[in-house]
Design a protein around this ligand. Structure first.
Ligand code: NAI
Length: 344
């Protein structure tokens, strides 16, 4: 099992302004599944780096979630000027179609159910579309939030010996996932502190959930019990890892560790880090079920396994005196390697 991608496909369609990368990290367990991100990047190298990193994360996430999928990701650079969004996503759909099922796309940061409907006009290898009655589908964010909630519940019991209702939880980013998570945590009786670059959204959600608000720079270092990163990746850098006061990190954002060594730093400070891709698998579970034609009940059953999986990883990490990230990575690599050797 290597960390290199099996294949990287360059997206370049001058007519629509589509530029980016589809990164296929592994197809050992099945078609490479992972969302399509539309974001601002400084240059093509940054697009490539992000796509490869995210695709690898999807391989690990899908493997540990027990899905019959490998890992991939599409990253589209947000065009600098005005652009025809439908034309851009149609062109992206054509690129996905050319891969003939090796890559299955869905929404991610910057893309929506409506965008995936446009992609679907060019390829059937897309999920995250409008839900049909009796079938899985639609916005995956509520499922992601439910998985994070279940992960946090088990992690709080295992690591802090506490129920969520007794804890103060800082949520960084109250977008689609963060907002749903807020509601679940408020229902569970937790005290919440929120931060978001979109202050009006933050204030609205704070009012609904009786939460406190803080500035962006403060949230990761607050004196709280749990930090839930639900914005973009890289929030756990050396400064945060050494200065943070929360004893538990569990959130939805992908790639929360700015670099792999941060997991060890957190371990040294006795801070429990729930590996992001284990906690946030609810969305891809919903996407996979939609693609496979399964029902909402199948999704519920798979999301329900996230909590026990987190419990098993934390217990094993404690036994080995290793970081939960190292234990999760080893388990995912092992699942992928075993599929590779079965195929060989
Ligand atoms: P979103 O775009 O709806 O929400 C992100 C929120 O974070 C926005 O409200 C934005 O204003 C805020 N934000 C951006 N930069 C920030 C900063 N520096 N500090 C505080 N807030 C900031 O995205 P969504 O769908 O809620 O996803 C959140 C994270 O979870 C992303 O990292 C995404 O990759 C990850 N994720 C999402 C899944 C899903 O089902 N939507 C599935 C798995 C992972």
């Amino acid at each position: 099992m290597t960390d290199l991608c099996e294949q990287c496909i360059r997206l370049d369609d001058p007519e629509t302004g589509l530029t980016g990368i589809i990164a296929i990290h592994s197809t050992a367990l099945g078609p490479a599944a992972g969302g399509c991100r539309l974001w601002r990047y400084d240059d093509a190298a940054a697009v490539q780096r992000d796509a490869e990193r995210l695709a690898r994360g999807m391989s690990y996430k899908n493997a540990l979630a027990g899905l019959p999928f490998g890992g991939g990701k599409a990253v589209i650079a947000l065009p600098a000027g005005p652009f025809d969004r439908d034309a851009l996503f149609r062109a992206f759909g054509r690129a996905v179609a050319e891969l003939d099922g090796r890559y299955v796309t869905a929404e991610d940061v910057g893309t929506s159910v409506a965008d995936m409907e446009v992609v679907a006009s060019a390829t059937r290898h897309v999920a995250g579309r409008t839900a049909r009655p009796g079938h899985a589908g639609g916005d995956p964010s509520p499922w992601t939030a439910l998985g994070v909630f279940r992960a946090m519940e088990v992690a709080a019991r295992t690591a802090l010996g506490a129920e969520l209702g007794d804890l103060t939880i800082a949520i960084q980013g109250v977008g689609s996932v963060g907002a749903s998570l807020c509601a679940m945590l408020a229902d569970a009786g937790a005290s919440l502190v929120l931060a978001d670059v979109d202050e009006s959204r933050r204030d609205r959600l704070a009012k609904i959930n009786r939460a406190a608000v803080v500035d962006l720079g403060e949230i990761a270092l607050l004196d709280v019990d749990v930090l839930a990163p639900c914005a973009l990746g890289g929030v756990l850098d050396a400064t945060v890892a050494e200065g943070m006061r929360a004893r538990l990190v569990c959130g939805a954002a992908n790639n929360q560790l700015a670099s792999p060594d941060i997991a060890e730093r957190l371990l040294r400070r006795s801070i429990t880090y729930v590996p992001d891709y284990v906690a946030n698998a609810g969305g891809i579970i919903n996407v996979a079920a939609e693609y496979l034609g399964e029902s909402g009940l199948d999704v519920e059953a798979r999301v329900a396994r996230i909590g026990p999986r987190v419990g098993a990883i934390l217990t094993e990490a404690a036994r080995q005196q290793a970081s939960p990230a190292a234990v999760a990575d080893a388990r995912a690599r092992d699942l992928i390697a075993r599929a590779q050797s079965r195929a060989a």
